[in-house]
Design a protein around this ligand. Structure first.
Ligand SMILES: Nc1ncnc2c1ncn2[C@@H]1O[C@H](COP(=O)(O)OP(=O)(O)OP(=O)(O)O)[C@@H](O)[C@H]1O
Ligand SMILES: [Mg+2]
Length: 255
């Protein structure tokens, strides 16, 4: 499979701090690519630059062959790059199903109000049908009408995923999706991520929990101080001396 995302010499500085340093990697179509690295390694910043939240200092990012650096976040989303955040961000006061519908409108650039008011667009019915399917897909079917304020943390995470999928991504960026989940929820999440990749959607997955990531990812990129220090198959990366050093240096050994 060819690359859907190509990152070349990507650099992001915050004043004197280089958060991402000449980073090269690519994500192939339908692939699950893991991204690991100690706290502060530049993982979330990499997402923020790819998604257009922060401008890059240098380098190039191509999505489906087209340069995307410098585009505003909604334009990047509308091309098919969706993300979840390190912290859940539901739209308070809206039920689960409408939160998912908002995701569809992120991609298709309609306003939140057209969701709330149920404005009659020709494809609205189709979006609703898809939102229903996605709520089922992530296992929140019985909670479709629940207020998001009543969801558990783990259910909130599933909602974030359904909302990102509603934008019909070709690439989805997950920032530590397993953080804070119970072991049972992690197992369910792993199944969902596999299901996403099986639908042909490429996945870029930041994750600290190696037990979660290594069985899931086809390849893994390792960052430290913003630079790539290793990439390869999960087993190769785990055994890589630079990876051991980086984690020992941060007092967090990969397990
Ligand atoms: N908006 C910002 N302004 C200034 N510095 C920032 C900003 N965002 C991130 N940084 C710095 O950039 C570096 C990389 O941070 P980043 O959040 O990308 O790390 P991370 O790999 O996601 O870490 P974690 O595993 O803790 O989530 C850190 O030193 C951080 O303090
Ligand atoms: Mg982070």
């Amino acid at each position: 499979m060819g690359p859907i995302l190509q990152v070349e010499k990507l650099t992001k500085r915050f004043g004197g701090l280089t958060a991402v340093a000449e980073l090269d990697f690519e994500v192939r179509e339908g692939e699950i690519l893991g991204m690991i690295g100690p706290n502060g390694a530049g993982k979330t910043t990499t997402f923020n630059v790819i998604a257009g939240t922060y401008p890059a200092t240098g380098g190039e990012v191509r999505f489906a062959g087209e340069p995307i650096l410098g585009l505003p976040p909604h334009r990047i989303a509308s091309r098919g790059v969706m993300r979840t955040f390190q912290h859940n961000r539901p739209f308070a006061g809206l039920p689960v199903i409408d939160n998912v519908l908002v995701g569809a409108h992120t991609r298709f650039a309609a306003s939140l109000w057209s969701v709330v008011l149920g404005s009659a667009r020709s494809d609205e019915g189709q979006r609703r049908k898809r939102a229903e399917e996605l709520v089922q897909f992530v296992g929140l079917g019985e909670l479709r009408d629940a207020d998001v304020a009543t969801l558990s943390f783990g259910q909130g995470r599933l909602l974030e995923i359904a909302r990102a999928l509603a934008g019909e991504p070709r690439l989805i960026l997950f920032d530590e999706p397993a953080a804070g989940l119970t072991p049972a929820e992690c197992a369910r999440l792993a199944e969902i991520i596999r299901g996403i990749a099986a639908r042909g959607i490429a996945v870029l997955l930041i994750e600290h929990d190696m037990h979660f990531l290594l069985p899931l990812a086809q390849r893994v990129v390792v960052l430290n101080f913003g630079a790539k220090i290793a990439d390869g198959l999960p087993d190769e990366v785990r055994a890589h001396p630079a990876v051991m050093d980086a984690y020992l240096g941060s007092h967090a050994t990969p397990q």
